[in-house]
Design a protein around this ligand. Structure first.
Ligand code: COD
Ligand code: ATP
Length: 200
């Protein structure tokens, strides 16, 4: 039996930072953002559907989807975001499920689903335990603007396109407070993994 951990949070709250800690422990991590990139590569069904809905202008010079352009459309327009979600999310769900099955068959005792939209979507029920990586909104905004080189309004649009982190924290089994150092977050994670007997 594998323990499936649903790792979630908000944009730039620190999921990838915590996911790397699992990887360093040789615990497999299935990353929804990586899969969401794979399913829109040229030749994939979702690639064609995105062009049908958003037009040829959404394709960059190299033939792939122009992600900054698509982002600037969907993060400021709920209807367009919903349209994109309806194209991409079923394909992401299907691949995440298949990967999870493979790891389960391989006998992995712990598997992580790293998924920003775990609670907004339909995969939370797959997880035995859910963990939210939490930061307060001021820290989230600062880290997002810095990492993605965004103006305040663009960063706020992205934050507001998701369920508030405080609400996610209420839905989660456990919360990692990532407002402080990475080392402090690691200690919180290790305490959880000891409690769940994933590590000694
Ligand atoms: C809009 C796109 C092209 C922007 O690409 P970009 O490379 O700039 O960002 P990236 O994919 O790395 O996502 C960064 C973060 O944005 C947030 N985010 C992405 N898509 C969404 C969405 N539809 N709704 C809310 N938040 C989102 C997540 O927190 C994610 O971790 C891309 O995010 C996308 O295709 N989104 C739709 C698919 C999706 O929902 N992915 C999230 C995981 S399933
Ligand atoms: N405890 C911390 N202290 C300082 N900076 C941090 C901390 N945790 C993460 N960061 C930085 O904040 C930014 C966001 O972190 P990270 O990329 O892990 O978030 P994420 O939740 O995976 O984001 P996204 O879902 O948008 O990809 C990164 O630049 C990262 O280096």
């Amino acid at each position: 039996m594998s323990l499936v951990i649903g790792l979630t949070g908000g944009i730039a709250s620190g999921k990838s930072t915590v996911a790397k800690m699992f990887t360093a422990l040789d615990i497999p991590v299935i990353d929804a953002d990586v899969i969401a990139r794979e399913v829109v590569e040229p030749g994939e069904a979702s690639y064609k559907k995105i062009i049908e809905v958003f037009g040829k202008d959404i394709v960059g010079a190299d033939g792939s989807i122009d992600r900054p352009k698509l982002g600037s459309i969907i993060f400021s327009n709920e209807e367009k975001r919903e349209q994109l979600n309806q194209i991409v999310h079923p394909a992401v769900r299907q691949r995440m499920l298949a990967k999870k099955e493979t790891y389960t068959e391989q006998g992995e005792k712990c598997i992580v689903l790293d998924m920003p939209l775990l609670f907004e979507g339909k995969l939370a029920s797959l997880a035995d335990k859910t963990v939210v990586v939490f930061v307060d909104e001021a820290t989230q905004l600062e880290r997002l603007m810095e990492r993605n080189q965004l103006r305040e309004q663009e960063a706020m649009d992205r934050i507001k396109s998701q369920m508030p982190l405080a609400e996610k924290a209420k839905l989660a089994d456990e919360v990692i407070d990532n407002n402080h150092s990475v080392e402090e977050s690691k200690k919180q994670l290790f305490d959880l993994l000891k409690k769940w007997e994933v590590m000694e």
